[in-house]
Ligand binder design. Sequence first.
Ligand code: DGT
Ligand code: CA
Ligand code: CA
Ligand code: ZN
Length: 587
Amino acid sequence: MSTPRNRRLARIFKEMAAMSEYLGGTENMFRARVYEKAAQIISSLPVDIEEYMKDHDLTKLHGIGKRTVEKIKEFIETGTIKKYEELKQQVPPDFIELMEVPGLGPKTLKTLHDAFGITTKEELIEVLKSGKAAQLKGFGPKKIEKILHGIELLQQSRERILYWKALQIARVLMAELKEAVGDRILSMEVAGSVRRGKETIGDIDILVSADRKHHHEIIEAFTKLPSVKEVILAGTTKASIISDEEDRQVDLRVIVPDEWGAALQYFTGSKEHNVRVREIAREKGLKINEYGVFRIDTNEKIAGKTEEEVYEAIGMQWIPPEMRENRGEVELAIQRKIPTLVSLEDVKGDMQSHSEWSDGSLPIIKIADFLMKNFKYEYFVLTDHSQAVRVANGLTPERFLKQIEEIKKINAELGTDFVKAAAEVDILPDGTLDLPDEILEKLDFVVASIHSHFNRDNTDRIIRACMNPYVHVIGHPTGRIIGQRDPYPLNFPQIIETCLKTGTALEINGQPDRMDLSDTLAFEARQAGVMLTLATDAHYNSNFYYMEIAVKIARRAWCTPDNILNTRSWEEIEEWKERKRKLLKTI
Ligand code: DGT
Ligand code: CA
Ligand code: CA
Ligand code: ZN
C-alpha cells in the first residue's frame, strides 16, 4: 500500500523533473530523467518509504543514485527538499501540469512564455484562442487545436481521477481510521466505483460497521485523520471530507451490523445495477434499500446483515462488485451462473516488462531477484523494446541475440528457466515488424505494439502483425493514455476476428493511465473468445504491483482464469503458441 508521504515525495520528484526540463540544458535534462525515475519508483512502492528503506537498498534494488537517496532522506527529515524549493522560484506554478499536455512540451511553453510573458493556464488559453500564438513560427492551426484539446482532457481528468490513485487514497484513509479507532470497527470496505474498479473515479465511498454507540466517535475521528484536508460535513451517520491528495471528496458512512450487507450492496452500486435489482425484488413482492430487504405486504425484514444474504433473499447468487454494471449479470445471478472470476492468485507471471537494456531501470538479474522475492510467479517475461522505438533505447537484432545469451547464463545461475527471453517488437507504419523472423523465432514470447502514428486508423497495422506466426499478443492495443491521448481509431470487431482466426491474444495493460484494453473492449474480446494476457509493462520493480489493476480490468470483463493466458504454466503457453503456428498454416 502506498502512503500519503510516498505520494507527496513522488509528486515533488515529478515536479522537479518537469521544472528541470523546463529550464533546459544538458545537465538539467539529465537531472529530469533521474527525478522522473525516482518519482516512478516511489509512487508505486507497497509501503511507506522510510519503512521500505529499512530493509530494502534503494540503490541496489531499484537503481536509485546516491544523491537522490540523500534527497529522499532530506525529505523524510524536513518534509521538503531544498533543490525543489529552489526550482519552484524559477518556474510558474501552472506550467508544471501544463507540460504534460501533448504538443505542449517544456520548449513550446518556454517559447510562448518568452513571446507573450504568459505565466498561467488562463493566459495560455487566451493567446492560443485569440490567434496571437498563430503568428509564431511552428504554431499552425492543427498544433493549436491539439494543444487546446489536450488542456481540455487535462481539465476533465481533474474531475475524475485514475482508479489506482483513488484506491491509494482510500487505502490510506482506511489504514489511518483503523489506527485511530480500530477497536470500534467491526467491518470496513471501500464501496462505490472504487470497489467496482471503474477506470476513473468521481468520489470515494467508505463504509464502516460499528455498534451505534460508537458512531459519533468514529465520525469524529475520521474528520481528524492526517490525510484530511477539509471537512465538508460531519453528521450522525455520514461524514464528507476532501483528501489532501488530489483534493478528492471522500464520503464515510457508519452502519449498524444488522444493516451492513444492505448498505454495502446499495452504496457499491452501480446505480444501474441497483435499479435492475430493485425491479427483480418488486416482482417478488419485496422491497430493497440501504437498510435491508423487506416484504412489501407486511414490511417484515428478511435480510440485511451480509451481501450474500441480501442477494439470496431476492433469489440471486452473490455478484462480484466488478460485474455490477447492469450488463446481464443480474440475469446470470438468477440462473446461478455467475462465473468464478480470475484473481491475483491465479496469475503465474507478468507478460510485459522492461530492463535497462531498453528503457527499464534495472539489470535483468535484479528484476528476477525482486520477482522471486516478492511474487509467487513461475516465469518472468522480459520484453525489451526493439530499435524503432529510439526514445526507449530499443534493441537491434544483434543486441537481442546478446540478450538471449545473457538470459541463458542467468537462468543457468538461477537453476531454473525463470527468465523468458521475449520482446516488445514495434509494429512499423506499414504493419511489418521491427525484427526479422529469424530473431522472433528464437524468442520465448513476442508482444507486438504500436508506438507511432497515433492519429490514424491502425486496424491494418495490427491485422498484419497478427498474421506473423511469432507474434503472440498485441500490446496496449488502443494506444490511449487516459487524460492525455485518445485511443487511435480501430475497427475493433475486425481485430477480434483476426485474433480468433490467427490465434493471437490481446493484452490488458495495467499501467494506471493506460488500462488498455479498457474493461469494455476486454469484455467484447472475452465474449468473442479472444485470449487475453495480463501485464504491468513494468519499467521499475515497483511497477509490478500494477498487476492488481490488470486483474481488476479482467474481472470487469467477466474473465475467468481460462480467458487469461498467463494463468497457465509455461508448458501450456508453449502448447498455445504451437496452436497459433498450426492455425496460420490453414489460412
Ligand atoms: P463515482 O463516484 O462517480 O465514481 O461513481 P459511484 O458509483 O461511486 O457513485 P456515487 O458515489 O454517486 O454513489 C455510490 C453508490 O451509491 C452508487 O454506485 C449507487 C449508490 N447510489 C447513490 N445514489 C443513488 C441513487 O440515487 N439511487 C440508487 N439506486 N443508488 C444510488
Ligand atoms: Ca463514488
Ligand atoms: Ca459518493
Ligand atoms: Zn509499449
